[in-house]
Design a protein around this ligand. Structure first.
Ligand SMILES: O=C(O)Cc1cc(O)ccc1O
Ligand SMILES: [Fe+2]
Length: 456
């Protein structure tokens, strides 16, 4: 059975292409022609620039967008910090000490929580670095059951959100237009873009990687050539859509160094009539990923499954890679087909959207759960997977049918928050011992002799 691909409901319109220069106008003629900020932009709109890179970033990296809107984003009251006892409590964790531990860690599925909305559902579970230094990443779990208030919008000044829904549907109204994001799809909302999340099918749950530095790119394809993996044309950006309200009171929420702030304004933030540029939110259907693998022997590095990569300053070394494990055919001959046992200089945070992950058949890695194998924390198939795979009949076999696991892989050592370690109460006791301690030695000397332990 081929992998399922989503269709687009009629209400939503997208423009296709990764890192493309897009332009969109909800009213014909709203985009100025041949200029960005004419003395009087069309229809009495204000021109506003939103930059995602330094003005002077090289052309190949430069990301910015021009917005043509009814009132500028600056027209709001002062931001006030929100009390931790109210709803910034979840984000608070980012300001707390992280626990850095070499143990292999695994979490049972995180609970749904119907009492909170998107903003108040964000739980920092792990991370590295610091938003104030624009360095590192934050890994969040979200679980919400309420729409954001009708006149509320949110943005993060800390980084780009890579959103991986596991359960339920996210309807995301952004300044640049609407995105509908379902499990097995992902969305990226860049730093600063204001948005409001509603839940058309009820409760939602999933994972977020917040990138405090740089932006996601498509990985290089090297000898693979000019297609495969995630193809650029399958990334979808919204089209301009606006409201006209300039009288009602809105609440603008800002995530700023992991803290929540709120300001009032007397007009909708969703008043962008037209925009053009390369800095915009987008979505991608993981079912469109063109998976490549070994057609001869051996298990290749999981980098062949990279959807998006946020590079560090060192070539080939990512601050964060977003890697998926889609359904795929395994045909390698004379090969131990699951991942090899390994210790990695990168850290690996994994989640499961649905199904089973083929490297862990022992039952403990479940949809909506997670695992963290930190820098040099040894891991690999659990004992039951090893037993099965080393005795399997190696005919072509479909792995991961009906399943989608993913990994946030980072060159940074990842710490775990107090919430992730204790408060969430999902940390599995004995993950390590259940997975790898049952492994038996199979070593046999070539002469068949058994000897006592040798000295030295
Ligand atoms: O640890 C894991 O399960 C992720 C992983 C998968 C794979 O195919 C090779 C290496 C690797 O880290
Ligand atoms: Fe691994």
């Amino acid at each position: 059975m081929p992998v399922t691909k989503f269709s687009t409901p009629e209400k939503y319109k997208y423009q296709n292409g990764f890192n493309s220069y897009h332009e969109s106008e909800a009213i014909e003629g709203a985009l100025p022609i041949g200029a960005n900020s004419p003395q009087k932009p069309p229809y009495g709109l204000y021109a506003e620039k939103l930059s995602g890179t330094a003005f002077t970033a090289p052309r190949s990296e430069n990301l910015q967008t021009w917005l043509y809107r009814i009132l500028p984003a600056a027209a709001h009251g002062p931001f006030e910090p929100q009390e931790p006892t109210t709803y910034s409590a979840n984000l608070e964790n980012s300001c707390q000490k992280m626990h850095h531990i070499p143990n292999q860690l695994r979490w049972d599925p995180f609970d749904l929580d119907e009492t909170v909305d998107w903003v108040h559902s964000l739980r920092l579970v792990a991370g590295a670095g610091d938003p104030t230094m624009k360095s590192g990443i934050g890994i969040f779990i979200f679980a919400a059951g309420k729409n954001m208030e009708p006149r509320e919008a949110f943005y993060s000044a800390d980084g780009d959100f890579l959103i991986v829904p596991q359960h339920g549907v996210l309807d995301i109204q952004t300044e640049l237009g609407h995105l509908l994001v379902r499990p097995n799809e992902i969305a990226v909302i860049p730093r600063g873009i204001r948005y409001r999340v509603t839940l058309p099918t009820g409760p939602v749950r999933g994972y977020i990687l917040e990138l405090y530095q740089g932006h996601f790119q498509l990985p290089e394809l090297g000898p693979i050539g000019s297609n495969c993996l995630a193809n650029a044309r399958d990334f979808q950006a919204p089209v301009a859509a606006f409201n006209e309200d300039t009288t009602l009171t809105w609440r603008l929420l800002s995530k700023f160094n992991g803290r929540l702030f709120a300001a009032k304004q007397n007009h909708t933030p969703f008043d962008v009539v037209a925009w053009h540029g390369q800095y915009y939110p987008f979505k991608y259907d993981l079912g469109r990923f063109n998976t490549v693998g070994s057609i001869s022997f051996d298990h290749p590095d999981p980098s062949i499954f990279t959807v998006l990569s946020a590079p560090s300053d060192h070539s080939g070394t990512a601050i964060a890679d977003f890697v998926i494990f889609p359904p795929r055919w395994l045909v390698a001959e004379d090969t131990f087909r699951p991942p090899w046992y390994h210790r990695n200089t990168m850290s690996e945070f994994m989640g499961l959207i649905h199904g089973d992950y083929d490297a862990k058949t022992g039952g403990g890695f479940r949809p909506a759960g997670a695992s963290l194998h930190n820098v040099m924390s040894a891991h690999g198939p659990d004992a039951s997977t090893h037993e099965k795979a080393s005795n399997a009949d190696l005919k072509p076999a479909k792995a991961g049918e009906g399943s989608m696991a993913f990994m946030f892989e980072s060159c940074l050592m990842v710490g775990v928050t107090e919430w992730g370690l204790k408060t969430c109460r999902k940390m599995q006791e004995g993950y390590n011992s259940a997975s790898w301690e049952p492994l038996k030695p199979h070593f046999k000397r070539p002469d068949g002799a058994k000897r006592d332990a040798e000295v030295g």
